[in-house]
Write a protein that binds this ligand. Structure first.
Ligand code: PEP
Length: 251
């Protein structure tokens, strides 16, 4: 059995003061749902204060990015050593990073290896654009992202991967994929390619999340699918009541 996981990606939202208020508001509700791994991913500036607030709880903390080098002349970047001072998780290769900041499957691969080398659990995002979806290229695109992104990782380590399938056309648009369609890609493309890289046994242990306009009113339908093990949540993770309901739906 794969334990469900729900992660909130706050993106570039919330000052430290706002983050403090938001966490205080949602923490009691999140703490109550023990059967789900719950993760908050605020901006870097709030990691320290949020990690203090989460201390002693089972709610995990994640960063939204990391560089693959431990230190050096990389202005504006953050190293795995800095991330791991506060976090257990790290989001890698989000479509916004790929689209606006030049991330590729090759840099994703370097970052995944750096995360594992530093005992961080990576949440790696894959997914196709609207154009690719309409051209019937979803399978090719997602399979390529999985193969290149996870190249050179051994099967034992791969069990700890967390993959988020996020069709880009569904992120922040209010247009979620249908739960059946998302499950089909997750099962027959993502998990199948993980099986050819790492073996069926390992692929069955890897948690695969769906992301893209998951809300409190549709979360149940996604999480009741056979191969969807939770969600990566953007907009709704900034709303305490909605996010808590999504976590409850995953339970
Ligand atoms: C995301 O940012 O990964 C995401 C899924 O966003 P939203 O839930 O707002 O579509």
């Amino acid at each position: 059995m794969r334990k469900p996981l729900v992660a909130g990606n706050w993106k570039m939202n919330k000052t430290v003061e706002q983050a403090t208020l938001l966490v205080a508001d949602m923490l009691p509700g999140l703490e109550a749902v023990k059967t789900v791994d719950r993760v908050l991913c605020p901006p870097f500036t709030s990691l320290m204060v949020v990690s203090g607030m989460l201390a002693g709880t089972e709610v995990g903390l994640g960063s939204q990015n990391l560089h693959w080098e431990d230190s050096g002349a990389y202005t504006g970047e953050i190293s795995p050593l800095m991330v791991k001072e506060f976090c257990k998780y790290v989001i890698i290769g989000h479509s916004e990073r790929r689209a606006y900041f030049g991330e590729t499957d090759e840099t994703v691969n370097l970052k995944v290896k750096a995360a594992f080398a530093n005992d961080l659990l990576p949440i790696i995002c894959v997914g196709e654009t609207l154009e690719e979806f309409e051209a019937g290229k979803t399978e090719d695109v997602v399979a390529g992202q999985v193969k290149r992104g996870f190249d050179g990782i051994d099967s034992d380590t791969a069990q700890k991967l967390i993959v988020a399938y996020e069709p880009i056309w569904a992120i922040g648009t209010g247009k979620a994929s249908s739960p059946e369609q998302a499950n089909d890609i997750i099962k027959n493309v993502v998990r199948k390619n993980l099986a050819s890289l790492f073996g069926v046994g390992t692929a069955e242990k890897i948690r695969i999340l769906y992301g893209g306009s998951v809300k409190s009113n549709n979360a149940n339908e996604f999480f009741s699918q056979s191969d969807i093990d939770g969600g990566l949540i953007g907009g709704a993770s900034l709303k305490p009541e909605d996010f808590t309901k999504i976590v409850e739906a995953a339970a």
